[in-house]
Design a protein around this ligand. Structure first.
Ligand code: PLP
Length: 461
């Protein structure tokens, strides 16, 4: 399999090169040249596979330049860190399915992708005798999952900036309690935007980037999307019997990575009826799908903070396909966005958008109410992100196909909000309680690029 850029500016590259490139060098996003299709017979033959075996079947179709046994081992190691034997179990509550994606080390679905990406990086770096210095900014979830994905890995050093005192307590502890010497936490006296601006500026300094082999772990890496395609297949196989019935998925969406993985699964032939894109008050994607209105607004802080995003970076991958893989059309759309703060699509294009997705925006009040109602009816606790998806599914998905809601975080990770909804404290798993006794390690710094740069240069691998 070879990879191309949405902006059309690079010659096709291999899987390993695509993983190491991250963002395409022409500023676009990398995509496979085609999507391998899975026949219904093949799909049936996967019914009894365990998670890692299924992951190998799906992922290997996109690789081609890693020996089969190495890839199998790498996948096995990535998912052996999950606390549930099924990795992503599917549970049924009140007639809807909940796909629990939070059994990884940091209790959010990002572990599914970042455990795999960490092992992939290590494999490729050792083969090429190279080193990588990862620098990233986080509001909480991505940073902790990235740190746990690369801790102790050979050839990799990671620097994660987070806004000091502005993440949840559990998120901060998951980052700062990691003792491995290749992990560096920087707590910035400022906001998440300050952190992101510093990281952007460091990456913008091309000499610095080149000299210190800087890399990123944000959600634009193709390998992250690929790892997430697997659980759509897994959930479909668990929710259906041999009578091949279509299912619908509800996906709480921020950067469009998770739901794009569902779109890829559908393109590969998985019988998916609806892909429901669920948003909070930051609803640019809902406005686009329902009202053809893709115009930038301001980011609003909500009780589902990992979805508080205006520009969904992975959306470019979908737009490229919507525009029939026409890079010029795509570039025109982004020029329009830059100049006028909006993207416009034709009637025909919008009709296709609506066959691919439906969408609903759920505000904070409705989110808190859903957490409380679902708990009263089923005794099951939803985290605020998952609650957005469940509420949207109950409102919008048809009853004639199975409804699967992606549970993107464990409720204990956002216990403050869950408590607000229920009026009492939710039970906390031992893995979280344990965190409070650990020694922590973190550098507190002002939001000043030179201070951060100096720290990185003196601690680089
Ligand atoms: C990152 C995240 C999301 C959004 O996922 P995207 O791939 O960015 O759409 C939703 N819920 C939780 C808990 C997250 O951490």
């Amino acid at each position: 399999m070879r990879y191309i850029s949405t902006r059309g500016g690079i010659a096709p590259i291999s899987f390993k090169d695509a993983v190491m490139m991250g963002l395409a060098s022409d500023g676009g996003l990398l995509l496979p040249q085609s999507y391998p299709s899975v026949s219904s017979e093949e799909l049936e033959s996967w019914r009894n596979l365990g998670y890692t075996e299924l992951a190998f079947e799906v992922i290997s179709r996109y690789v081609g330049d890693i020996p089969e046994n190495d890839l199998r081992n790498l996948i096995k190691r990535s998912y052996s860190t999950f606390s549930h034997p099924e990795v992503t179990p599917l549970v049924k509550k009140n007639g809807i399915y909940i796909l629990e994606l939070f059994h990884g080390v940091t209790l959010a679905f990002k572990d599914v992708a970042l455990q795999f990406l960490g092992n992939l990086f290590e494999h490729i770096l050792s083969e090429r005798n190279q080193k990588l210095n990862i620098i990233g900014a986080t509001s909480g979830d991505t940073g902790s999952a990235a740190i746990h994905g690369v801790r102790g890995k050979k050839g990799i050093t990671i620097f994660i900036l987070h806004p000091h005192g502005k993440t949840s307590a559990v998120q901060a502890l998951q980052m700062t309690s990691v003792p491995d010497p290749n992990v560096h936490n920087i707590a910035v006296n400022g906001t998440f935007d300050d952190c992101q601006d510093i990281v952007k500026e460091l990456f913008g300094d091309l000499d610095f980037k080149e000299k210190y082999s800087l890399g990123a772990v944000n959600s634009i890496n193709w390998a992250r999307v690929l790892a997430q395609v697997v659980y759509y297949f897994y959930a479909w196989l668990r929710a259906t019997d041999e009578a091949v019935s279509p299912v619908s998925f509800s996906v709480p969406t921020g950067n469009f990575g998770d739901i794009f993985a569902g779109y890829v699964a559908k393109k590969m032939g998985l019988p998916i009826d609806k892909l429901l894109l669920a948003t909070n008050e930051n609803n640019i994607l809902t406005r686009f799908i329902n009202d053809s209105d893709y115009s930038l607004g301001k980011v609003v802080a909500t009780v589902s903070p990992s979805m508080d995003i205006q520009i969904a970076s992975n959306f470019e991958r979908y737009l490229f396909h919507l525009f029939n893989n026409d890079s010029d059309r795509l570039k025109k759309a982004f020029t329009e966005l830059k100049e006028y703060g909006r993207i416009s699509c034709s009637t025909d294009e919008m009709a296709r958008v609506r066959t691919d997705f439906c969408s609903s925006s759920v505000d904070q009040e409705a989110t808190l109410q859903e957490i409380a109602e679902f708990y009263t009816e089923t005794g099951y606790l939803l985290d605020p992100h998952t609650a957005v998806g469940v509420k949207a599914a109950l409102d919008l998905l048809p009853d004639n196909s199975a409804k699967i809601c992606l549970a993107t975080a464990h409720p204990a990770k956002f216990s403050e909000t869950v408590e607000l909804a229920l009026g009492f404290k939710a039970p906390v798993p031992a893995s979280v309680t344990e965190l409070y006794g650990r020694q922590t390690r973190c550098e507190i710094m002002d939001a000043d690029i030179e201070t951060v740069r100096e720290f990185i240069v003196t601690h680089i691998g």
